[in-house]
Design a protein around this ligand. Structure first.
Ligand code: GN1
Ligand code: MG
Length: 345
């Protein structure tokens, strides 16, 4: 990593690296200075997932230009240029980005209170709201088909036939349960055609650790902008539902610990609509609950597909890891639908 620091004009002997975060995709480090303080965040990009790193740089450049013109006071933590002026440092086919550490900020691994859910939802809502008039077609799709549910469904049904035979047998119960929710794919396919659903600047990875908070617990800004691309609000709201509502995460093996907390649901709704309510159409608002179904289901399909494909995307730390994750997400989906029934009453 010394060469990487040098590519950013940092003296490697003056800094140390500390791995942080629990993302499944990139390797992330805090760059610690001689006073023991975090000065930067260094990330190695996963180019197996982001096959065109230049597209990320392109999008961030567009966002940054728009921000400077329209919201100069809005904090958008984009990577710093490398010594040679490039938006990334590339070395032996690997790509790295360095971002300034936001002083006084903290990030959480888990959403522990409705206040946190509210603050985070506001931050993601504000992010989309601030780029309201950006010509969306200027942004590139950094992962083609990323939140395209019919595409994820196709990948799933293909792997359920062509994947690892033994695993297909092992997963037959879950494959069946997953198929039973096909209605969610159909609803999404309709939404996509509906002119009432706008393509907006969407973050696509709204877990709580992608929000920075100040010492008083107020949201400062959103981070991790690689998956920012055109999308629908259901992606961002849905991933908040998926990751904030339950005290137990996607890693939990004891599904009885998955729980859907209605006060957290209300907090997400309130925070998001506070920023985005004025821009959303009636059709979009009516699908606020659907956002959670959409995203939890898509994540279940993605984990299950990866299990059938021998864990090539998410990796695993134990045998059947992705099968357990898929089972977890389907159990969460059922708990979420129970909340949906209650909300209808
Ligand atoms: C991946 O690595 P991380 O946690 O930022 C994935 C998300 C999934 C998530 C599930 C680019 O995100 O879509 O929701 O894992 N990101 C990508 O934990 O695939
Ligand atoms: Mg991410």
């Amino acid at each position: 990593m010394n060469a990487v620091l040098e590519a950013y004009n940092l003296n490697p002997s003056a800094y140390s690296l500390k791995p942080i975060g629990n993302g499944l995709i990139h390797h992330t480090y805090a760059v610690i200075n001689g006073f023991g303080e975090a000065a930067y965040i260094l990330q190695e990009l996963n180019t197996g997932v982001f096959t065109k790193p230049g597209d990320i740089a392109h999008n961030l450049h567009i966002l940054e230009r728009y921000r400077i013109e329209h919201h100069p006071d809005y904090l958008l933590p984009v990577p710093l240029p490398a010594r040679d002026g490039e938006p990334m440092a590339s070395m032996d086919g690997r790509y790295y980005r360095l971002t300034s550490y936001v002083q006084g900020s903290q990030a959480y691994d888990r959403c522990d209170s409705p206040d946190q859910a509210y603050e985070a939802a506001r931050q993601f809502g504000r992010f989309t709201a601030n780029f309201k008039d950006l010509a969306i077609e200027m942004l590139r799709f950094t992962i083609p088909g990323f939140h395209d549910l019919p595409f994820r469904w196709k990948q799933f049904t293909r792997s359920a036939v062509e994947g690892n035979k033994e695993r297909i047998r092992e997963a037959s119960g879950l494959i069946q349960s997953a198929r039973e929710h096909y209605r969610i794919v159909e609803t999404y396919a309709k939404i996509r055609q509906d002119p009432d659903f706008h393509l907006r600047v969407t973050h696509h990875d709204t877990k709580i650790s992608n929000v920075l908070f100040d010492a008083q617990g107020k949201g400062i800004c959103v981070i991790d902008l690689d998956t920012v691309m055109p999308g629908h609000f259901i992606s961002d709201v849905g991933d908040m539902m998926r990751t904030y509502l339950s005290p137990a995460s996607e890693e939990e093996k004891d599904f009885s610990k998955l729980e859907v907390r209605p006060d957290f649901y209300r907090a997400i709704r309130e925070g998001y609509l506070e920023e985005m309510g004025g821009q959303m159409t009636l059709g979009e608002k009516r699908h606020f609950f659907f956002a959670g179904e959409f995203l939890i289901y898509m994540q279940a399909l993605r984990f299950l597909t990866d299990y059938l494909d021998n864990d090539i995307y998410y990796g695993r730390s134990y045998e059947n890891h992705n099968l357990v994750r898929a089972g977890n997400q389907l159990a969460l989906l059922r708990a979420y639908q129970v909340l949906g029934d209650a909300l209808k009453q």
